[in-house]
Design a binder for this molecule. Structure first.
Ligand code: SF4
Ligand SMILES: [Zn+2]
Ligand SMILES: [Zn+2]
Length: 305
């Protein structure tokens, strides 16, 4: 057995979908090149951008930061980072500490915002009061609002998230199966909104499978928080992920074909289904919202906060 690219006998990875064998150096190189290719193909970055990286300290966000930093080193973009502390006991603090260390190592502006400090309630406390919506619904809405606000405060022109191939395929399937065509139309490598207050979101890792990101951080010896969120398996996303991974064992290219199929029908969907972006303002917090209250504030009202 030898590396398909350089002949090195120390192979660390066999790529399922292509059968390609890779040594450590060629594997690292292949991931970085693929991310750079996505950035170029999808026009994710413009010279002079200030990119806010949503940095949880997990493998995906650390990889996003690490690879986008190569653009910063070449003076193409500037980077800042934000870590959201949702208030999940015995889980989140380790990620926050790791995020702080990465920001210090690279010398980038970094902010930690806690759900408890910003909204007066932690995710654990929310789950004690009401869990019919599921933890990830609350978590996603509050995190999105916090990230959007921080991007404006830090004058970021783009928000980069660590969504990988698996995340994107799960989102496509979840929204499709739930008949949520509005959200389905908002996926993709770059999500823009016509509301000025929303910063453009980019997903540089969108074509990298989750397991390859796991191997990348190990191969590069990057410190990451590997634990899973204690709420993760309760979610519909967890169930979908299991099904897709089972299918992938027999059909190794299925994640890529789902993604490519989605990219082809997205322009048609955008034409057919108007995506409802917010045009008004939330009465309670002033964030963009189509209704009287934004989603975060309506959750707070329901929870009596
Ligand atoms: S798994 Fe759900 S609750 Fe846990 S961090 Fe992710 S979105 Fe939040
Ligand atoms: Zn090699
Ligand atoms: Zn609000």
């Amino acid at each position: 057995m030898q590396c398909s690219k350089c002949g090195n006998p120390k192979v660390i990875y066999k790529r399922q979908q292509s059968g390609q064998l890779l040594c450590k150096e060629c594997f690292i190189d292949s991931i970085e090149k693929k991310v750079i290719k996505t950035v170029k193909k999808e026009k994710l970055l413009d010279k002079g951008d200030k990119v806010l990286v949503a940095l949880s300290g997990g493998k995906d966000s650390v990889t996003t930061l690490e690879i986008l930093n190569t653009f910063r080193e070449r003076n193409i973009i500037d980077i800042c980072a934000l870590t959201v502390d949702e208030g999940i006991a015995n889980y989140r603090q380790d990620g926050v500490d790791i995020a702080i260390r990465h920001a210090e190592r690279l010398g980038i502006q970094h902010k930690v915002v806690s759900l408890k400090e910003d909204y007066g309630i932690s995710l654990d406390e929310i789950m004690q009061r009401d869990n019919h919506k599921g933890s990830c619904t609350y978590c996603g809405v509050f995190r999105r609002t916090i990230i959007n606000k921080a991007a404006r405060e830090m004058h970021a022109t783009k928000i980069a998230t660590g969504h990988n191939l698996d995340d994107e395929v799960q989102a496509i399937m979840m929204n499709y199966l739930e008949g949520n065509i509005n959200n389905l139309g908002k996926l993709g490598a770059k999500t823009e909104s016509d509301a000025e207050e929303f910063t453009v979101k980019i997903k540089p890792l969108r074509e990298i499978p989750e397991r390859e990101i796991g191997l990348y951080v190990v191969a590069k010896d990057l410190e990451v928080h590997f634990d899973s969120c204690p709420y993760a398996m309760q979610s519909f996303r967890g169930e979908i992920s299991e099904v897709i991974n089972q299918l992938t064992q027999k059909h190794p290219t299925i994640k890529y074909s789902t993604l490519r199929g989605y990219d082809k029908i997205k322009p048609v969907m955008k034409k057919e289904f108007k995506t409802d972006y917010a045009h008004g303002r939330c009465e309670r917090c002033g964030e963009p919202s189509s209704n009287r209250l934004c989603k975060a504030c309506s959750f707070l009202e329901e929870l009596g906060v």
